[in-house]
Design a protein around this ligand. Sequence first.
Ligand code: DLZ
Length: 157
Amino acid sequence: MSGKGAPELSVRNAGDLRVAVIAAQWHEKVMDGLVNGALRALGDLGIDEPTLIRVPGSFELPVAAKVLAARGYDAVVALGVVIRGGTPHFDYVCQGVTQGLTQVSVETGVPVGFGVLTCDTEEQALDRAGIEGSSEDKGHEAVIAAVSTATTLRSVS
Ligand code: DLZ
């Protein structure tokens, strides 16, 4: 994880988990970085056959997350990029996806990794996309957070 105060998470015994990654399609270069970071994290954890589906935009992430959570996945990871434009649309999409994913996670009990970048500029998004020159790798982080939560919850059941 990165950012001031972020923990170093070590995830064990995750290889048998069923994990789904849902990725929006706006802002292709940033999304390619987020998806690659997420798949790399899953591979490192021994989760070799994750499900990857694409939805049109970030606003569609919550409904897809809800359907996959209901189908028995142990963790879901939502990836998207929303970049501020000249209208309030940015705020509505950000609010919808954030509240929607929170609701899915809490209502289903399935951890949902929040890999949605909400940025003022494309440069900010690229800096978090886990590509060459980026300082952060938010797709990777979202996987680690969701899978870590899933293994922790399983260990206390
Ligand atoms: C409409 C829209 C706009 C303006 N910007 C973005 C964006 O920056 N990132 C993103 O993931 N999606 C965007 N969308 C599309 C919405 O998420 C959604 O797909 C459409 O409103 C159709 O429901």
